[in-house]
Write a new protein. Structure first.
Lengths: 132, 529
């Protein structure tokens, strides 16, 4: 395998089952995953590795997903951010996007939804929002 | 017919009085018409005449007592009027009879007549202020006594001034009195003399103030009218003092009554305010509990969605696996898991939505869309369920119908109504979805040939968690959330939803949505936040 060709994805979710699920789906898509269990760890990984994509859950210990996105944008980084959350209210979506996320995906999502969004973000086509 | 003794006694007393008067009249008539001479004065006849009055007075008192306990105010009213009247009687009738140089004994007898009239007046005032009903019998009784008093006073005055002529019109007065008593005694309403009609009031009415003023003016007027220097100053002064004191007492009583009423009013007002405050506090508590419950519901729903993400995600991965490592049985079992996790997800979403509706935060994101396209998609989605239940689905639309609505919510609304209609329609029946426009509104109707809804249950239909009896009995699956959500969606669009149903015939749900829906939403504000 050619490690250089694989897009690097930082994946942050405090639920290990969901982390593993996303890892499995994205590995099949040919991504390399850097997992993190909280927001602070995710931010450190993003700063260190400058990944092709960051996937962050909103409700996480230490630092929330929206705080991570705010910090990343404050750093001046333009890497695409996909935000995940079980909070599906319009105001939650708006808050997530305002913090700097490119896509806000509501849980539970289907594998197909995740693939499509990851693909479009990696290929540089950014959408503002995806449905629940 | 047995009457209470209280109501017959006064009339027995009247009868006793009439016997005495008949004796007196007989003696008087013998002298006047047989012996053609004046009866000796005083005679037995005078004792018969005056002896009847106490009986009359007792009759009146018995009647008064029977009509409710007299109150201090009533007694005072009687005393004031009686005092004023007694002064008049004294000045014009008693004083001339006693003080004109006649022998003491005959003078006293002469004074007896006006004194007895004073007794009658006292009785009349008490009767007037009694609490009993003012029926025909009472009015006759009272009227007769009033005429008796008038005739007596006129007679006494005429006799004193020497102008009385026997057989004049005045004599008819007494006959009217006797007839009045007789009719009062026989009238059927006599049995209700004791029915209390109203609670006596002690208000500063014009009538009361007038009476008090008149009583207070009696002495000055008497002094003005009667210039005879023989009037006893002490009697006049005593009378004036009596009337004045009783009038003052009456005023004080009225004043106290007024204060009592005011205090009672104040007390009840305070109690009312207190109750109001208590109920407000109670309401706040309830509102708080309601908010807490909605927050809990939202939290729980949210916490349920996270594990569901794992369940559905991994399930999807397994079912997507085309490597045939799953046996047909296992695949079937996993399909059941898939269907039920899907159902659980829908339920969680519904609960979450409802919690938001309750919290007043249903978000409607409107944009112009073709309602007919949404309707067609909903029918297509409902087709498998219709086929399973052997229910024919038909869509009735015309070309395009553009409306500014939230397409996802309206789709959810139509899905709910269609799924309900299919569930409650027996095999072989049909469900029609009709989309049309009516003025400024888009109308969506879902009509089925199902079991129908009883009139009593139609009102509760849109209450969350409500399920009809027949749905429960027939074991039709449901949570009782669909229609509550549908209503919330319709109201979020500023529309209306209604139902028409006949048991055993079918049900039609009708939704009206304003086509140019002003989004009734704070979602714009929410996005800015």
């Amino acid at each position: 395998m050619n490690a250089v060709a694989k897009p690097l994805v930082v994946l942050a979710d405090d639920d290990p089952d969901i982390r593993m699920l996303i890892e499995r789906i994205l590995e099949l898509e040919g991504c390399a995953i850097l997992p993190a269990g909280d927001g602070a760890a995710a931010l450190a990984l993003i700063r260190e590795h400058a990944p092709a994509l960051a996937i962050v859950d909103v409700a996480m210990p230490v630092m929330s997903g929206t705080e991570v996105a705010t910090q990343v944008r404050a750093d001046g980084s333009q890497i695409p951010i996909l935000m995940l959350s079980a909070r599906a209210q319009q105001s939650d979506v708006a808050a997530g996007l305002a913090s700097g996320a490119d896509v806000y995906l509501c849980k539970p999502f289907t594998a197909e939804e995740l693939r499509q969004n990851v693909q479009s973000l990696l290929s540089g086509v950014t959408r503002s929002e995806a449905g629940s | 017919m047995a009457l209470h003794r209280r109501w017959t006694l006064p009339f027995w007393l009247l009868a006793g009085n009439l016997v005495l008067w008949a004796i007196g009249d007989t003696i008087w008539d013998i002298y006047t018409f047989l012996l053609h001479q004046d009866a000796p004065y005083p005679s037995v006849a005078d004792f018969a005449f005056t002896g009847g009055y106490p009986l009359l007075f007792i009759a009146m008192l018995v009647l008064v007592r029977g009509r409710g306990r007299p109150r201090l105010g009533d007694l005072l009213d009687g005393a004031i009027i009686g005092g004023g009247f007694a002064l008049v009687l004294w000045v014009f009738l008693i004083h001339p009879a006693v003080g004109n140089g006649a022998p003491l004994f005959s003078g006293l007898v002469s004074a007896m007549y006006p004194a007895m009239d004073g007794l009658i007046l006292l009785g009349l005032t008490q009767l007037a202020f009694s609490k009993g009903t003012r029926n025909a019998s009472y009015n006759l009784f009272f009227g007769a006594f009033l005429i008796l008093l008038t005739a007596d006073v006129a007679y006494s005055y005429l006799v004193t001034s020497g102008a009385y002529v026997p057989g004049s019109l005045l004599d008819a007065g007494w006959m009217v009195v006797f007839a009045g008593w007789a009719i009062a005694a026989l009238h059927p309403s006599m049995r209700h003399l004791g029915d209390v009609q109203r609670a006596p009031t002690h208000k500063f009415s014009l009538w009361r103030l007038g009476t008090l003023t008149a009583a207070l003016l009696v002495v000055p007027i008497l002094l003005e009218v009667n210039t005879s220097s023989t009037l006893d100053r002490r009697v006049l002064a005593g009378g004036a003092a009596f009337v004045t004191l009783t009038a003052l007492a009456r005023l004080a009583l009225m004043w106290r009554e007024r204060e009592l009423v005011e205090r009672r009013l104040w007390d009840s007002e305070r109690r009312l305010r207190q109750l109001f405050q208590e109920s407000e506090e109670h309401n706040d508590e309830l509102r708080e509990l309601d908010t807490l419950k909605d927050e809990l519901l939202a939290l729980v729903s949210h916490e349920l969605r996270t594990p569901l993400t794992s369940i559905r995600g991994y399930l999807e991965l397994v079912l997507e696996d085309t490597s045939q490592t799953l046996s047909a049985d296992h695949r079937e079992f996993l399909d059941v898991v898939d269907r039920n996790s899907n159902r659980l997800l829908r339920l969680v979403n519904d609960l979450l939505l409802l919690a938001r509706v309750q919290a007043g935060r249903l978000e409607v994101e409107t944009r112009p869309v073709d309602l007919n396209r949404i309707a067609a998609e909903s029918v297509a989605a409902a087709r498998p369920a219709g086929d399973r239940g052997m229910v024919t689905l038909s869509l009735h639309t015309r070309d395009r119908l553009i409306a500014t609505v939230d397409p996802e919510r309206v789709a959810q609304l139509i899905d709910n109504l269609l799924s309900n209609a299919i569930k409650f329609t027996p095999p072989g029946g049909g469900v029609d979805l009709i989309v049309s426009e009516e003025g400024e509104s888009a109308v969506i109707e879902v009509a089925d040939t199902g079991m129908g809804i009883s009139v009593g249950e139609q009102d509760q239909l849109f209450t969350r968690f409500f399920r009809t009896r027949s749905a429960t009995v027939a074991g039709i699956q449901g949570t009782g959330l669909g229609l509550a959500i549908s209503k919330a969606i319709v109201e979020g669009h500023g529309g209306e939803i209604g139902v028409q149903s006949e048991e055993g015939v079918g049900t039609t749900f009708r939704v009206e949505l304003p086509r140019g829906a002003r989004a009734l939403v704070e979602q714009v504000a929410g996005a800015v936040r």
